[in-house]
Write a protein that binds this ligand. Sequence first.
Ligand code: NAP
Length: 292
Amino acid sequence: MMATQLLDGKIVAEKFLQELRPRLDRPGRPPCVAFLRVGEEASSQFYVARKRAVAESLGIRSLLAHLDRDAAPEIILSQLERWNGDDSIDGILVQAPLPNRQLQELAFAAVDSAKDVDGFHPHNFGLLALDRSDGFVPCTALGILHLLRAYGVELEGRHVAIVGRSTIVGRPLALLLQSRSVNATVSVCHSKSGDLARSLCRSADVVVVAAGSAHLVGPSWIRKGAIVVDVGQTAVTGPDGCRRPVGDVDFAAVAPLCQAITPVPGGVGPMTVAMLMGNVVRAWELARWNGN
Ligand code: NAP
């Protein structure tokens, strides 16, 4: 029996970052990315700190504005306006989730689309939907594609089932994988899919789970020889009282069935951060060097 391949996001992300370094070797100021965090969500705090640490390790400058959970929309918008007009800032990232969905959409749309390194501005989302390659693509979707390609996973003509239709993960991933540069056939499931979710996953060559529900997917969802990508990261308190990220897939039960699977942590997470760095460098190159 063939051993299950671990799709190691730490190794692939590190290689991507090493390959990014020569592009940073330019005279003048380095790239700069600004982060906006709203509220006290522990995971947002962790993710922004992680992204800033990786930026720093590459020599990319970063700054952070942290606003109160009850901050008025005008305060959030005026912060983004200031960054939009600041030529020393190349990329802007509004860390999701914001306290409510309307505010999040307002904030995403207020970022200058040329600095939208997370790819959530309607302009960039629209370019992705139109199958154009000149916009910024959301980092988790891009990271999943990059990880699968790094391991030689062929996607053209294959059936990919995605569990989750969020604008952060599932939706942009579906658009990217069905683009003419990837050519997968994509099914998207959500919380109202009922039993269809399990049967679509079971018929898929590749299953990507982004539901935010710890251990939702067990062996009955996965056919033998499938490739499984677990995006989920839910903080769960273990028997030792420590909080740890747990994936949406029951790894121990599912891995023996798979051709390949991502671990949590160390799968999609590092890829998301690496793709963000790629988008920041691209935004800087476009603004300062006309993309040359
Ligand atoms: P989200 O906005 O809560 O969306 C979850 C999606 O899953 C929704 O579309 C929901 O359906 C669907 N869903 C929930 N339960 C389901 C079920 N039982 N069956 C089928 N579909 C179900 O979450 P998100 O922002 O996409 O994030 C998802 C997970 O990925 C979270 O754990 C998050 O922490 C993690 N994440 C990881 C990274 C990374 O870099 N590793 C990046 C982003 C997110 P409805 O639309 O019907 O509600």
